[in-house]
Ligand binder design. Structure first.
Ligand SMILES: Nc1ncnc2c1ncn2[C@@H]1O[C@H](C[S@+](CC[C@H]([NH3+])C(=O)[O-])CC(=O)[O-])[C@@H](O)[C@H]1O
Length: 328
């Protein structure tokens, strides 16, 4: 069974201690009421992965756990069949005891675009909102973060994360909580907050920006990545129905509009650091994610458009600071 006791112990002496007033009740509710049909099967597999200690881990330039040369073929086959239970694997890639989990997304490419622009994560307390299965959290740890906490409501992603964490040895200060950003109280405690690939899923994007701000300490850094469109400060796309076959896309602002929104929400030093049209090499069907992918979401006659006729996915990354002045 997935439990959160070690997380409570870890934050009991930290700046996040006030969170303990409500968090155990919230996660206790998740444990009692959560009804995902596959969870019992997924938890059974997690049990088989308990107590592992790999001879090596590398989180700084990839996510690689265990040494292929000291893993026997039969051990590798066992790992592969256990990890296959958690398909589809969307975010990665991971290399586990010589097994390459080739995921739908090259999430490492996103990290390579974002990482050069952010303040050093050395010894920082980090929140990753909408962390997926936690791929970027391992890279944040590899970049020196003191502790990384991710929130994501997906049960499958939680189980994928827990599987990787158990194989990595379980002691690493990286934690995924099955919550939405809206479940978090204003913690005013994180040194860096990431929100990557989440804003367009929020019905109220301005509230999302305020929620992110309320997680940061004064002077803390926001790293925001989201889908954008071309255009001036007043350009925002609100898809009539689906966007790239997704039925939960609400607002796609232009980069200029998003800069204005961030400034209006009281962030300082707001800047666009990357702008990139998603390539068919970055998001694609693989053996570990055999379902439809980006190519199926685009117009077959013109890949600069989605299948619905909107501009094809373009993503931008912004960095901003929460002011030191507590009145902001
Ligand atoms: N209310 C919510 N609160 C928190 N998370 C949410 C919420 N609603 C959905 N999510 C989660 O937000 C994530 C969006 S994916 C980005 C993953 C990673 N960050 C990436 O940058 O690759 C989008 C993409 O594929 O880019 C999913 O894991 C959802 O479960």
């Amino acid at each position: 069974m997935i439990t959160f006791t070690s997380f409570y112990q870890a934050i009991a002496e930290d700046t996040l201690q006030p969170w303990l007033e409500e968090l155990p009740a919230l996660l206790g509710h998740w444990q009692r009421e959560h009804k995902h049909g596959q969870l019992p099967k997924w938890e059974k597999v997690l049990k088989k992965l308990d107590g592992m200690q790999p001879d090596s881990v590398n989180f700084s330039d990839s996510v690689e756990i265990g040494d292929a040369s000291t893993t026997s073929d039969s051990q590798r086959e066992k790992f592969e069949s256990l990890l296959a239970i958690y398909k589809p694997w969307r975010k990665g890639p991971y290399r586990i005891h010589g097994i390459d989990i080739d995921t739908e997304w090259r999430s490492d490419w996103k990290w390579d675009r974002v990482a050069p622009h952010i303040s050093s994560l050395e010894n920082r307390l980090v929140l990753d909102v909408g962390c997926g299965n936690g791929y970027h959290m391992w890279r944040m740890l590899g970049a020196g973060a003191r502790r990384v906490i991710g929130v994501d409501p997906s049960t499958l992603f939680l189980c994928q994360f827990e599987a990787i964490k158990r194989i990595a040895g379980n002691q690493h200060p990286v934690h995924l909580l099955p919550l939405g950003i809206e479940d978090l109280p204003a913690l005013d405690g994180f040194d860096t907050v990431f929100s990557m690939g989440v804003l367009y899923h929020r019905r109220s994007p301005i509230d999302h920006l305020y929620q992110l701000k309320s997680q940061l300490r004064s002077g803390g850094e926001l790293v925001l990545e989201t889908l954008v469109i071309e255009g001036d400060e007043q350009q925002v796309l609100v898809p009539e129905d689906r966007y790239a076959k997704m039925n939960n896309v609400w607002f796609l602002p232009s980069a200029k509009a998003l800069i204005l929104w961030l400034q209006k929400c009281g962030f300082e030093n707001v800047r666009l650091v990357d702008n990139d049209v998603t390539s068919l090499a970055e998001q694609r069907t693989t053996q570990w994610m055999p379902n439809e992918s980006l190519i199926d979401y685009l117009d077959p006659n013109d890949i600069s458009k989605t299948i619905e006729g909107y501009p094809a996915p373009m993503r931008a990354t912004f960095i901003a600071t929460k002011p030191i002045n507590p009145m902001n």
